[in-house]
Design a protein around this ligand. Structure first.
Ligand SMILES: [Zn+2]
Length: 327
C-alpha cells in the first residue's frame, strides 16, 4: 500500500512523541535522531530511530513488529503502529536476536503484543543478558545523584518482556493476508539469529545478520561464527527471489537500511575477506593486537574505513579467535 495521508499523520504523531520524550539531539547520531516510518511494500515497512532497524506489518486484519530498539524508541514505534492500525493490538512481536538495541523496548509491548517469538537461543541469551543501561536506574532504588531534567521527563524503564514462543528451526504464522516465517540458519552474528520473511510482500528482515557497509558486531560470547555467517547469507539469498527486499539491522552513516541480495553477498565477501586477512597475518606470526593496529582499511572494502579498537565483539578479534581456535 502506498503511503497515505494517514501514514504521514502517524509519522508526525510519532515525531511529536519523540520530541516530547525530550532526548537531546547530541545524545543521538544525526541519522537516527528522529522516528521515521518508511513503507517498503505490501503493508510492510521499517521504523528507524536509535538501535537496530525495526520491521513492521500493518494490514487490514493484523499487526506484526520485528524488534523494538530501546524503551523510548519503542514508545514512538508503538504510537505510530497504533495510529496506523486504529488502535489494534500487535498480533505478534518477533525478535531477530537478543541484543539490547533490538529487544530493549520489548517491555513497552507488554499487554499489547499477543505473542512474543524468538529463537530458543535468543530467548536464553535474553534472560541472561543485563537489560540495556540507558534508562536503567532500578525502579526500587533511589538514584544516587539527583535526576537531571532529562531523566525527570523519562518514564521508568518497563519490565523486560521475554518470548512466550520459541523455535529451533523455523516458525510461521498468518497475520491477515500476510504469511510470516522465521528461520534459523545456525551460528552467525550470535547463536540465536532469526531471518524473518514476509512472504507475500517478499521482504526479509535480516536482523544483525546484515550490517550494510559498516564493520559488524560479532558476538563470539553468544556463539557467533563468521564462517557460518557468510554461508547463511548465501543460503538466504538462494532461498529468495531476485526482487526480494532485505532489511538490514544496521547500516553505515547515511546509508539506507534496506537493499538487495547484492548487498548481502557483498557483506558475505567482507566477512570472508576479514577471515582471510586475519588468517594471512596469523600465518606470518602476527598477534591479534598487531593486526588490529594496522590502520589501513581492508583491501577491496575501503568504504568500511579502518577497523576499530580491540573489543570483545570487534570483527578482527572475533576472526582471530575463530582462526586460531578453529571453532
Ligand atoms: Zn546484534
Amino acid at each position: 500500500m502506498p503511503p497515505t495521508r494517514r501514514d504521514f499523520l502517524a509519522t508526525s504523531a510519532a515525531l511529536t512523541l519523540g520530541a516530547l520524550l525530550g532526548r537531546p539531539l547530541h545524545a543521538l547520531s544525526s541519522r537516527s535522531a528522529q522516528a521515521a516510518f518508511t513503507p517498503i511494500r505490501r503493508n510492510v515497512g521499517t521504523f528507524t530511530m536509535r538501535g537496530g532497524t525495526v520491521g513492521w506489518l500493518v494490514n487490514a486484519r493484523g499487526v506484526a513488529v520485528v524488534d523494538t530498539q530501546f524503551p523510548a524508541e519503542a514508545r514512538a514505534l508503538l504510537a505510530g503502529l497504533q495510529e496506523r492500525s486504529r488502535g489494534r493490538g500487535v498480533d505478534v512481536l518477533l525478535n531477530t536476536h537478543h541484543h539490547g538495541d533490538h529487544t530493549g523496548g520489548n517491555g513497552v509491548f507488554r499487554g499489547v503484543a499477543r505473542r512474543v517469538v524468538a529463537h530458543s537461543m535468543a530467548d536464553q541469551h535474553m534472560r541472561r543478558a543485563p537489560q540495556p543501561a540507558r534508562q536503567a536506574q532500578p525502579a526500587q532504588q533511589p538514584p544516587a545523584q539527583p535526576a537531571s531534567p532529562q531523566q525527570q521527563t523519562q518514564p521508568p524503564p518497563p519490565e523486560p518482556l521475554y518470548p512466550d514462543t520459541t523455535f529451533t528451526h523455523s516458525w510461521s504464522t498468518e497475520v491477515g493476508d500476510e504469511r510470516i516465517v522465521a528461520r534459523h540458519h545456525g551460528r552467525g552474528h550470535t547463536s540465536g539469529d532469526a531471518v524473518i520473511t514476509f512472504e507475500r510482500a517478499n521482504v526479509v528482515h535480516m536482523g544483525d545478520l546484515a550490517f550494510h557497509r559498516r564493520h559488524p558486531v560479532v558476538d563470539r560470547a553468544a556463539g557467533a561464527s563468521m564462517r557460518n555467517w557468510a554461508r547463511i547469507l548465501e543460503e538466504v539469498v538462494s532461498a529468495h527471489g531476485p526482487d526480494t527486499i532485505y532489511i538490514f539491522g544496521h547500516a553505515g552513516e547515511g546509508l539506507p537500511v534496506t537493499g538487495t541480495s547484492a548487498d548481502l553477498l557483498r557483506f558475505r565477501d567482507y566477512l570472508r575477506a576479514v577471515l582471510a586477512f586475519v588468517e594471512r597475518h596469523v600465518a606470518a606470526g602476527r598477534s591479534r593486537d598487531e593486526i588490529l593496529a594496522m590502520r589501513a582499511p581492508l583491501a577491496g572494502f575501503e568504504a568500511w574505513g579502518p577497523f576499530g579498537q580491540a573489543g570483545p565483539r570487534d570483527p578482527v578479534s572475533a576472526a582471530h579467535e575463530e582462526v586460531t581456535t578453529g571453532a
